[in-house]
Design a protein around this ligand. Structure first.
Ligand code: TPP
Ligand code: MG
Length: 252
């Protein structure tokens, strides 16, 4: 007879590849595993509804009583992000994190004003799949459609902080055929990152890293050995890049 213990351990073992995967876009299992690893054991976790809640129930160890707050029962979206504010007010000594989907995070925008006004320091981890993903999945399974569940316009999911840099540069008048968004793979650890590329010169673009996560100043791509663009795109062109030497998009 299989025990609950066997099943749980079987699941964890079977899930390990996803939880450590370097796939791009990042897998939700990896987000949960990384968040858990980064947090103290007594951190307060608030979930919303969607992959975050389901995933936490399934594969996010809770170590101490009273450290998980999740909307059971009717599973109301819009709970997790503001609940974290309340948790932090109650326990300012604890780290507080909300795990929330992009759909759920849009339910209660006023929480941003409250957090700012009251200076409440919480972390919202937004699991962004450009969709009411769990509902899209159910709709697909039952009716073969994802009607009303995907956040996009003309096929563009309008996502990413790099999009701000991209649009700003276009607004400032940089030529449209010189500005591209790119998914870059960093060779030494296999992680992916999104940046804006400015092809001032056709063969060696400037890298504009809006988050500052990867570079501290503007560099040319040639100064960043081991950064391999995987995809480069703007509204008119889309390139899958196999070799750096093949990038000459500005010269088209
Ligand atoms: C107030 C409310 N409306 C609708 C639902 C039904 N519902 C459950 S999950 C979900 C989608 C959540 O989307 P998101 O927050 O992006 O998470 P994801 O499913 O993409 O992981 C919806 C619409 C709900 N639970 N609560
Ligand atoms: Mg979503």
């Amino acid at each position: 007879m299989r025990t609950v213990f066997d099943c749980t351990h079987g699941f964890v073992a079977g899930n390990r590849a996803h939880a450590t995967s370097k796939a791009y876009p990042m897998r939700p299992e990896r987000i949960l595993a990384d968040v858990r690893a980064a947090l103290p054991r007594d951190a307060l976790i608030c979930t919303d509804v969607g992959w975050n809640k389901n995933g936490v129930g399934q594969q996010f160890p809770i170590y101490e009583p009273g450290t998980i707050f999740t909307p059971g029962g009717y599973a109301t979206m819009g709970f997790g992000a503001p609940a974290a504010l309340g948790a932090k007010l109650a326990r300012p000594d604890r780290a507080v994190v909300a795990l929330v989907g992009d759909g759920g995070f849009g339910q209660n925008p006023a929480l941003l004003a409250t957090a700012f006004e009251e200076n409440i320091a919480v972390v919202w981890v937004i699991m962004n799949n450009h969709a009411f993903g769990t509902i899209a999945g159910l709709e697909n399974a039952h009716y073969g459609t994802s009607f009303g569940c995907l956040f996009e316009r003309n096929g563009d999911d309008c996502d990413g902080i790099d999009l701000i840099a991209y649009n700003l540069m276009l607004d400032l008048g940089f030529p449209e055929d010189q500005i591209y968004r790119a998914v870059i793979r960093r060779d030494y650890d296999g992680e992916f990152h999104m940046v804006t590329l400015w092809f001032e010169r056709a063969d060696d673009p400037w890298v504009i890293d809006t988050t500052g996560a990867m570079t501290m100043r503007m560099r040319r791509l040639s100064e960043l050995p081991g950064w391999t663009p995987a995809v480069i795109f703007n509204s008119t062109g889309h390139y899958t890049v196999r070799k750096l030497e093949t990038i000459r998009v500005g010269a088209r």
